[in-house]
Design a protein around this ligand. Structure first.
Ligand code: SIN
Ligand code: CO
Length: 401
């Protein structure tokens, strides 16, 4: 994980720039070499499971048009010389190098990290002047790109008509930079920006998310509905009210009481939110390994205990945790991985913290942890569900367990 952005310690960045003002970091990744090129991106754009888009500066006489993938090979080969950008979302889920790059940004809260998006544009290409609702780090990966940055915008800022995209109708340029591979530009939410490729180039955007209240409410309801026969919700309203046509106020009061009872179960709230926030961006990425590719539980635990093990999260996985008090007043730590929750005693916190710290699991962590049956059980479940990948790393016996 990055400790400095250029010369600046991350603590200074968080205090002075994060969510406040743009920052250009020259050679944040010195000597950065993009591990893929536009042909690799085009290959991903053919895939059903990969979220891809092309933005055209002008198409059929209309400004800033959007086309969503997957695309056919023929279409990608026939793209015009200039005037378009190919965007691939969630690159970290498909390329381990990108998942490692995303991991560098875990000095920021893990639950806010979303993904790495790649954009490829020929010279002059851009996605148009715009602003985003979330923070973004723009990493120049290949070629040079000129970025112009302007003021904070909002819904009232003038927009281009005739496009489904939110393109600004220009903005007063306050700062302008030419970025080279390894340079990074940080932008807080709502700041106007416009990046134009000066040559064939790839930019990587580290994107953030922050769930809206509406998303939280909808997920909360989804979590509870299957459990509707729980004691908190065992009322039906058939016997309430005597007057045809009048909705008896007791119904509202009664429903409010049921909801209040639910909200007063703090452990359930923690469990639901952790599951929600740890849900993978793309479900299909977290795939369980084939049943017969793994030994039985006892052998698996033995193998983890005996041999040096290299382990990393599935590139599409999200690992988070929470500590909270149960109704019994016992404090627990709950590990959340890809929408699953594992409640553990408070003394498992150090293990959970280390497991959630980085996509590369520290050496020795698993072999030590499997000595405890409760942790061994969690580790085996994570391996079986495909959220954790382990392999032997001694010389004679490389390969998956
Ligand atoms: C791009 O990479 O072209 C656009 C990224 C952004 O503006 O957020
Ligand atoms: Co943007």
């Amino acid at each position: 994980m990055l400790t400095h952005l250029g010369d600046m310690p991350v603590a200074t960045f968080i205090r002075d720039y994060w969510q406040k003002r743009p920052l250009l970091i020259r050679q944040c990744f010195p000597g950065f070499e993009c591990p893929f090129d536009e042909n690799d991106l085009a290959g991903l754009a053919l895939e059903e499971a990969v979220e891809s888009r092309i933005i055209y500066e002008k198409r059929q006489g209309k400004p800033w048009q959007l086309e969503r993938g997957p695309f056919r090979d023929k279409k990608l080969r026939k793209l015009p010389e200039v005037g378009w950008t190919l965007l691939i979302q969630g690159l970290d889920q498909w390329l381990p190098e990108m998942s490692d790059l995303l991991d560098q940004f875990r000095f920021l809260p893990g639950w806010r990290l979303d993904d790495i998006m790649a954009s490829f544009a020929p010279p002059g290409g851009s996605v148009g002047p715009h602003y985003d609702h979330y923070d973004v780090f723009l990493i120049q990966a290949l070629g040079r790109r000129r970025w112009q940055v302007g003021p904070v915008c909002d819904e009232q800022s003038p927009r281009v008509n005739g496009t489904p995209l939110r393109i600004l109708d220009g903005f007063p340029v306050e700062q302008e930079w030419e970025l080279e591979p390894g340079d990074v530009l940080y932008l807080p939410p709502a700041v106007a920006h416009h990046g134009v490729a000066l040559e064939n180039g790839i930019t990587l955007s580290v994107g953030f998310r922050s769930p809206t209240q509406a998303e939280l409410l909808s997920s909360f309801a989804d979590y509870w509905i299957p459990q509707i026969d729980s004691p908190a919700f065992d009322r039906d309203y058939a016997d309430l009210g005597r007057h045809t046509g009048r909705i008896p106020p007791e119904i509202v009061d009664d429903f409010k009481k049921s909801l209040t009872r639910l909200l007063e179960r703090p452990n359930e709230m923690h469990s639901w939110m952790g599951r929600f926030l740890s849900h993978p961006k793309t479900d299909a990425v977290v795939e369980a390994p084939l049943e017969d590719s793994l030994p039985d539980d006892a052998e698996l635990i033995e193998a983890l205990r005996e041999a040096p093990i290299r382990a990393r999260w599935n590139d599409g996985s999200r690992y988070l945790y929470q500590c909270y008090e149960m109704p019994s007043k016992q404090t627990v730590v709950e590990l959340f991985v890809d929408g699953q929750g594992f409640v553990l005693p408070a003394d498992a916190q150090t293990f959970v913290e280390q497991l959630c710290h980085s996509n590369t699991v520290p050496e020795g962590l698993l072999s030590e942890a499997v000595k405890r049956p409760d942790l061994a059980d969690v580790i085996v479940k994570l391996i079986r569900s495909g959220s954790l990948r382990v392999e032997h790393c001694d010389e004679n016996d490389t390969g998956h367990i």
